[in-house]
Design a protein around this ligand. Structure first.
Ligand SMILES: [Zn+2]
Length: 323
């Protein structure tokens, strides 16, 4: 029996149909009796409030909720904002932006986010400074990385990695979904950690044939809302049914918790070994250099200053374990 958290990202502010999908998943988790970790953008919170979707907000009340950046793929993304500025200026810039997300989140849910998750593939270390100022104890989908998906502390903030995932295209097919479920359940057995993060998709991508933010690719901002095509209802229902099956399976085998509960486990932190530091520096730098290729980002962005600012904080790194 392992301690697991299951994540979904709720981030499509454009298409009102996505609000219905955003309602369906917390309801599904609640029906099965599983606590989900849902990561919502500030912009999604503003739109749900504007469209009077109290039903959606209410459906999330029993679940673990995090802030999924202020506006995800709207430009500038986290990296676009911070790629070319020095640390102090970057800290103020990201704090100002994420405060707007934080306020929209609190306005909708009447509670603070339990965690923060980077949008798509975008991050810079000034985020950790903003999280401390906002009193958010942890970030998920960490691009900072240690061997074997270890939980760690970076610049005084807890970093929770995403070890495993199942994609929406897998959920859509009975056979692929079955294979993916087995893959994840088998892999969980192999990961020797006190806590394991598993990503299970985006409600809007279960419902639509493509990503909501395609019109924002390459640094663009469309002048009018562009909606992606809906998938057939039968596909949507099949995908949800497959996810429901997985939730039933995983809760039978493991302890599924929200982030508050995960952080309340007895954690201790130790200094990393020399090997862990080398791994951290190599893999984290590679993750950050790969992240500039997230299709939303403007072409030609350089990760080098973000890599340097991150590496400069290497001696704040601590490895989490359960004594
Ligand atoms: Zn996302």
């Amino acid at each position: 029996m392992k301690t697991i958290s299951l994540f979904m990202d709720v981030e499509d502010p454009i298409n009102p149909m996505a609000d219905d999908a955003a309602l369906d998943f917390p309801v599904l988790f609640s029906e099965v009796g599983v606590t989900g970790c849902f990561c919502l953008t500030g912009e999604k919170c503003r739109k749900l409030a504007e469209r009077n979707r109290c039903d959606v907000a209410l459906a999330y009340s029993g679940h673990s909720l995090g802030l999924h950046t202020n506006a995800h793929s709207f430009h500038p993304s986290t990296m676009e904002l911070l790629a070319d500025v020095q640390w102090d200026e970057g800290c103020d810039a990201i704090y100002e932006v994420e405060t707007r997300g934080f306020e929209a989140f609190v306005n909708l849910f009447e509670r603070a986010p339990e965690f923060w998750g980077g949008g798509g593939n975008t991050w810079s270390p000034e985020v950790t400074d903003a999280l401390k100022r906002l009193n958010i104890p942890a970030y998920v989908y960490a691009l900072t990385q240690l061997p074997n998906h270890a939980v760690h502390k970076f610049n005084g903030v807890i970093a929770l990695p995403q070890a495993l995932s199942i994609s929406e295209s897998e959920w859509a097919h009975a056979e692929l979904s079955e294979r993916a479920q087995n893959r994840v359940l088998d892999a969980i057995k192999e990961i020797d950690q006190p806590w394991i993060g598993v990503f299970v998709g985006h409600p809007t991508r279960f419902r639509h044939a493509d990503w909501w933010d395609v019109p924002y690719y390459g640094g663009r901002t469309p002048t009018l809302p562009e909606y992606t095509e809906l998938l057939p209802v039968t596909t949507y229902e099949q995908s949800k049914l497959n996810l429901r099956t997985f939730l039933g399976r995983i809760m039978k085998e493991h302890h599924v918790v929200g982030i508050e509960e995960a952080l309340a486990l007895t954690w201790s932190y130790r200094q990393p070994s020399d090997e862990e530091i080398v791994y951290f520096q190599q893999i984290t730098s590679a993750n950050l250099r790969a992240a500039v290729n997230w299709p939303v980002h403007y072409p030609g962005m350089s990760a080098e200053l973000i890599v340097n600012k991150t590496m400069a904080l290497t001696d704040t790194l601590q490895v989490g374990f359960q004594p």
